[in-house]
Structures are given as structure tokens and as C-alpha cells.
Design a protein around this ligand. Structure first.
Ligand SMILES: C[S@@+](CC[C@H](N)C(=O)[O-])C[C@H]1O[C@@H](n2cnc3c(N)ncnc32)[C@H](O)[C@@H]1O
Length: 275
């Protein structure tokens, strides 16, 4: 018997997908193949897929089995209050980075800020700040023109107009002074075993020389010249890099240096203020 009802496909597929979220991911792919919401799956478990719908599900399920992240298969990922398009040119935005957004919003509460987001990727940080503060002036940079194209498309998709996008390395395309510079730069060492789990994401968004610290060092070194007095630098980093990043901030003359945690309770970012 050919397995082609929703319920049968759910049950069979579960046996063949090694993922913590297998059930949810299968439901999302099934719902997408039939062009319905996941609620439909529970209401009509005996729905029989057409040959075309079955082919689409099988194709995308096979990709998922090979390890392609669901966000790349769907072409989108929810982040903050946004739906962001993603492709293989950009890092899939992580929930941990929402904690960085929260910190910038807390620091800038009630302020009229000019902010730079360095290495914007999909635009996750810059666009989240923009949607919360349409009055802020926000500039987003990335060295990869393909990333910048994704970020610009995401601004359009989310009807955000105030973010200016600039191509170039870190602060190099910027002029003038900022109240806050924020970045989630590459910070993984090139021999980190976790990289095998991230093989579908762009290496240029993940890996930095000098045991993952090279880009963090560069950004801390350059940022002071682009900050107003009392301006803030906010950097995401690896959960074991907190002490080193705090030391970098202090060596560069920043004060009020502290680190914050992500949703998993791990140290995930550090901040410092130009004195
Ligand atoms: C970890 S990803 C972060 C993407 C996005 N900000 C986020 O939080 O999801 C790092 C980003 O930095 C960019 N990048 C790498 N080297 C860069 C450089 N020298 N100057 C500017 N951007 C760079 C990459 O292209 C990538 O988009």
C-alpha cells in the first residue's frame, strides 16, 4: 500500500528523521506541501496527498534528512517580531541574538539613537531595532553583497524604510558618530567540532581566526573612534568568550563593562560604554 495520508506520512516520517523537533518539522513540511496550516493536519488526518503534493513533501523531507536546516528549506525564519527570508548566503538568525536586541533596546530606552549593526546578515538585529524604534537612524553593514541583498529584501518585506545598508568590512563604510554599535560577528574557532553541525551555513558568517576572537578584537579596537562619549558597544560572542571579550573592552578603555546571558542561561554578549 502506498503511504499517502497525512497521518500515515507523519507516522512513517517520524521513524526516519533524527531531530529534536522531528514531529513539528514534519508537520510544517506536510502543511507546506498541501498549502494548509498545521491545524489542518489534526483536523483531517485521513487527507490523501496528490502525487504533486507527495513529491514536494518527499523532496523537502529528504533535504531535511540530509541535514539541511528547516529555515533554508522554507526560505524563512521568525526573529523578534519579523519574518525574515533566509538563504544559504546568510546565517539563520538565532533566538540567542534576540537577547542582544533586548539589551540594545534596554540601553536605548527613551533615547533618539543613531545605531550601527555590523555584519547584519539577514538584517536580524538592525530590522528588529528599526521596527521597535522607527525614529532611530540605523545603518547596517556587511562584507558580503549577497547578505546585504537578503537584508535589504527583508527590510522591504517588513515595510521598514529607515535602515541604510552599506557594503564593506566592519566600520569601514561608516561615517560620523554613533550612540550604539552592535554586532554579532563570526566567533567560532576554525577547529571547533560544532562546525560539522553548521555545514549548510556560510563559513564567513561563523568562523574567525585567532581561536574565534579575531573579528571581536577588530571591532572592539575600531569602535571607540565611531562612538559618541557614553556611547555603547554591544557584542554577541561565544558562551566561553565572556572573560576574554570583557578584557578586550577594558583594554580599549570602555567602562561599565558587563556580560549578559541568552535564553539558555549561557553568557552570550558583552557591553561596554565609551567614557
Ligand atoms: C554571525 S553572522 C550574523 C548575522 C546577523 N547579524 C545575525 O545576528 O543573525 C556574521 C555576519 O558578519 C558578516 N561579516 C563577516 N566578516 C565581515 C567583515 N569583515 N565585515 C562586515 N561583515 C562581516 C558575515 O557576512 C555575516 O553576515
Amino acid at each position: 500500500m502506498t503511504i499517502s495520508t497525512l497521518k500515515q506520512l507523519q507516522q512513517q516520517s517520524l521513524l526516519h528523521l533524527a531531530s529534536d523537533d522531528a514531529r513539528l518539522e514534519i508537520d510544517i513540511l506536510l502543511a507546506r506541501a498541501i498549502g494548509k496550516s498545521t491545524t489542518f493536519l489534526r483536523t483531517w488526518p485521513d487527507y490523501v496527498l496528490t502525487a504533486e503534493q507527495l513529491a514536494q513533501f518527499q523532496h523537502e523531507f529528504a533535504q531535511r534528512q540530509q541535514g539541511v536546516p528547516l529555515a533554508y528549506i522554507l526560505g524563512e525564519r521568525a526573529f523578534w517580531r519579523l519574518s525574515l527570508s533566509v538563504n544559504a548566503a546568510v546565517l539563520i538568525p538565532r533566538p540567542d541574538t534576540e537577547c542582544v536586541v533586548e539589551k540594545v533596546l534596554a540601553l536605548g530606552q527613551g533615547q533618539q539613537w543613531r545605531v550601527a549593526d555590523l555584519g547584519t546578515g539577514s538584517g536580524a538585529i538592525a530590522l528588529s531595532l528599526a521596527i521597535e524604534h522607527p525614529e532611530w537612524q540605523i545603518i547596517a553593514t556587511d562584507i558580503n553583497p549577497q547578505s546585504l541583498a537578503v537584508a535589504q529584501a527583508n527590510a522591504l518585506k517588513n515595510s521598514i524604510q529607515q535602515v541604510e545598508f552599506k557594503l564593506g568590512s566592519w566600520l569601514e563604510p561608516l561615517t560620523g558618530l554613533f550612540d550604539c554599535i552592535v554586532s554579532n560577528p563570526p566567533y567560532i574557532a576554525n577547529d571547533d567540532p560544532h562546525l560539522t553541525d553548521l555545514q549548510y551555513e556560510p563559513l564567513g558568517a561563523l568562523v574567525a581566526a585567532n581561536n574565534g576572537l579575531a573579528d571581536l578584537i577588530e571591532i572592539v579596537r575600531l569602535s571607540s573612534d565611531f562612538l559618541h562619549k557614553k556611547g555603547w558597544l554591544v557584542l554577541e560572542h561565544g558562551f566561553q568568550q565572556g572573560d576574554e571579550v570583557q578584557a578586550l573592552f577594558r583594554q580599549a578603555g570602555f567602562v561599565n563593562v558587563e556580560s549578559g546571558r541568552d535564553y539558555g542561561g549561557n553568557i552570550r554578549y558583552s557591553v561596554g560604554q565609551k567614557c
